[in-house]
Design a protein around this ligand. Sequence first.
Ligand SMILES: C[S@@+](CC[C@H](N)C(=O)[O-])C[C@H]1O[C@@H](n2cnc3c(N)ncnc32)[C@H](O)[C@@H]1O
Length: 225
Amino acid sequence: MGARANRVAQGFEDLAERYDAWYDTAPGQVLFDLELGALRPLLAGTGGPRLEVGVGSGRFAAALGIEVGLDPAQAPLRLARARGVRVLLGVGSELPFGDNTFGAVALVVTLCFVENPAAVLGEVARVLRPGGRLVVGLVPLDSAWGRSYEEKGRAGHPFYGHARFETLAEHRLMLAVAGFRLVGARSTLFQAPSDEPVAEPVHSGAAAGAGFVALAAEGESAGAD
Ligand SMILES: C[S@@+](CC[C@H](N)C(=O)[O-])C[C@H]1O[C@@H](n2cnc3c(N)ncnc32)[C@H](O)[C@@H]1O
């Protein structure tokens, strides 16, 4: 693990309980449900086994039926294991799995924390079976939520301080460069981050201004949806 990856993992190691407990708060539950609502339809119909890279405490994996989770921080992995996820310690740029292993791989608000997103996407492409699906959950920098998280990071926030937020277009480009073709998207969280979160619809497509976007992609050679 590189020095940055070590620092990032240490942050999640030290604050695992705090990070996880936030999802039990009223705003945490609203955001969790919105994000799940965006991710779930993109994973529907994918074959197992499924992997989440950067699984953290496993809330998303458990709710989405993702069987296997990998993360460099041990403390959140213990929580993920208790939620029934099969967990492995490791980094996304060196996945400890053979080629063509998974029917789907999810990266939920993780690409912004990894040292080398291109290397992680390369590894994801390697472990996906032909026709397998990558689902990325992200907070675009070109949204009020992305700008707010980035500001918090600059002010020394224990998690966002380690993140590098990027725009929706930058994510699209990263996926294309890694050989992925977009096959679906969902967008939500158009409300202001300064307000108490409330339920809102999840829209089909990758919409400008959404605070949470889920992108589904497959290898260039895979057939269209
Ligand atoms: C914001 S958390 C998201 C956790 C989980 N996906 C969720 O949404 O609750 C980012 C996760 O990425 C993990 N992470 C950091 N660097 C990583 C790397 N190089 N490879 C894989 N995961 C990494 C962190 O330890 C952390 O658990």
